[in-house]
Structures are given as structure tokens and as C-alpha cells.
Design a protein around this ligand. Structure first.
Ligand code: SF4
Length: 98
């Protein structure tokens, strides 16, 4: 980025500066891939990986990482035991209905 007053910029420099401003905050491929991995509930471990609510909950990934060092580990503060929800068939019906 040029270190001159904006009025001194050439058209090309101003265009490049505007492109850099537009790109600022745009997700990088690394960020997009990491987010895709975090949203893939089949990759979750522990109770979250076996949980009937994993596609709609998934637990806190930040807390899992803070407590275990593994961003895909089970949610350490959740008290739910997978398969203990009494309305499993109703839940499955609702989760698989488009
Ligand atoms: S175990 Fe708890 S935190 Fe993990 S997916 Fe199930 S309900 Fe959510």
C-alpha cells in the first residue's frame, strides 16, 4: 500500500488500493476449509460424535479446543448422554425431513 496522500495516487495505485480494501476480511481458502471441517458433524469425537443432536448442536468447538486441545473433541460441559432422548423416532423424522 502506498504511503502517500490519496490525492497523489495514480489510477492504477488507487485501483489496487480499492481491491485490497475489498479483499480485506474475505475468507481465505484455509479459513473456508477449516470451517467446513468444523461443520462436518461426522468428524466429532466422544459423546458429540455419537449424539443424536450432533447435526443441530455439535457442542462448543471453542470450549472443546480450550479444554482438550482437540477442536473436534466432545463438548466438555454438556451433560447429555447420547441415545438417552426418549423420542428418538420423532427426532429422526424431523431431522431427515427437508
Ligand atoms: S453431546 Fe451435548 S454438546 Fe455434544 S452434540 Fe450432543 S447435546 Fe450437543
Amino acid at each position: 500500500m502506498p504511503d502517500r496522500h490519496p490525492e497523489e495516487l495514480t489510477t492504477g495505485e488507487a485501483t489496487e488500493l480499492m481491491r485490497q480494501v475489498a479483499d480485506f476480511g474475505r475468507p481465505t481458502p484455509l479459513f473456508v476449509n477449516l470451517f467446513a471441517e468444523l461443520r462436518d458433524s461426522d468428524r466429532l469425537g466422544g459423546r458429540c460424535g455419537a449424539c443424536e443432536f450432533r447435526t443441530i448442536c455439535g457442542g462448543s468447538r471453542s470450549r472443546a479446543y480450550a479444554c482438550t486441545g482437540d477442536v473436534l473433541a466432545e463438548e466438555p460441559w454438556c451433560g447429555h448422554q447420547p441415545d438417552s432422548f426418549p423420542y428418538q423416532s420423532d427426532l429422526a423424522q424431523h431431522l431427515h425431513t427437508p
